[in-house]
Design a protein around this ligand. Sequence first.
Ligand code: NOJ
Length: 547
Amino acid sequence: MLREYWYKEAIIYCLNVDYFLDSNGDGTGDFEGLIKRLDYLNKLGITCIWLLPFYNSPRRDDGYDVADYYGINPLAGNFGDFVQLIRLARERGIRVIIDLVVNHTSDQHYWFQSARKDKESPFRNYYVWCKEKPADADEGVSFPGYQKSTWTYDEEAGEYYYHAFYEFQPDLNFSNPKVREEVCKMMGFWLQLGVSGFRVDAAPFLIAKKGLQEKPSQDDQYQYLEELRQFLSVYEGDAIMLAEANVSPDQLAQFFGEDNRMQMLFNFTLNQRLMLALARQEIAPIIQGFEETPVAPPSAHWANFLRNHDELSLDKLSHEERQEVFNAFGPEKEMQIYGRGIRRRLAPMLNGDPQRLELAYSLLFSLPGTPVIRYGEEIGMGDDLSRKERDSIRTPMQWSNSPNGGFSVAPADKLCSPVISEGQYSYEKVNVASQHSNPESLLGRIARMTSARRECVELSLGKIEFLDTGNPAVLLQRSEWEGNVTFTINNLSDKKATIEIERQEFKDTFVLDLLSDKEYKAIEKGHSSVELEGYGYRWFRLGRDSF
Ligand code: NOJ
């Protein structure tokens, strides 16, 4: 069978160039630094880098406030560096996708600067204006507690402008064909430079009613996503759009359309259910998460993650469920944010328990859907709650125990973000160098998981079933593709478990022990009983390629 969709077999690693590695000692990471670490990423087994915004920007929202879509933040490097990155990554079989942040611009973008100054400006209608502040302006803000309104008065323009996010991020007006044209033009530009696609920021907002505009009909509303897909497929056949759409489950299918809209969607539903499952030590929420998410059409695929660069949003859980996750993983007020999420990294949420962390990643790498990990997760980095909002989890990568964690040789007070230098997660204790040569470290384990996932294509492309084990804490998954079968077993509980795999094929065939949390006694032919430690995991492969 053809394996034509690279992204279904991908393992995505997301990073912000600023925080990865500073090659020139100015305190901010850059493309040259990232290029130096391509071999590290290759060894980790990832196949695609998702670059967070590196455009010219005042960086008041970590770069999600773009001032020039055709410019690179000079601290990150220049176009020469960027193209070199794409090329050297490609040589290692690694693709690069970038953030497409077009719901809004920075208020420093020249479009907005021109629009606010002059009603006759060709860019005035690029934004959404209104003379009177709408009655519901202060409702439905994206960042409760940090954003007052969705309409802000601009003295120069003499009108209010609409912004779904912070007030320095005026929304673009997608009912203006010129704006749509601009978006295609810039996508074309970056595709020409060699990117393999885009992470589409704030996708539901692109197609939503903006401000006072009339609500479009369902058909019209999603039509724009088809326009984007059409453009992309003509321009670069195998490029993808991976959309950020944390919407209610009944709207998700619309983002895939009839296989003619987004190729990939982050599975926020599963993410929230997964965290509830980990908190409860029960698999039922995971099963529910899969039941709630629609099946992706043939060319589309889900993307799974444990943590991203934002808060862990728990907005789709009930109040009680959210409270359960808060109690388990973010009990203090300072750990919570926007009334809906947790602003911590995964390792501290799981109390730094190595067994449990491994189990969480075993789940991520065995579940159906493309796994996405974020820089620093692979070594169990922590967070800095003294930093504001989501900056708590945006600290520099910890490479070694040398000053600034090996991230930069600049004086500590010149760094773009302070390195974690105190406590259990300080760079002296948690860093790449100390785990690099140790196969039992988190880094070593995750590298084994990425390698096992890539070896077992059935995990990416196969037919997946969850089989009953009689134990509410143990997830038994059977994945099959082209005569290969993998059984992955994950024990969410801290208690040991023994389960039976009631499948003749398991008893009859040679079973390859692919991966496990510790060395277990090999399963003998004819046997189906499988033991697991607390938070244990075991992956088995049957079939002709199992060796
Ligand atoms: C979603 C991004 O992930 C987040 O970091 C940002 O603040 C908003 N979009 C606004 O661009």
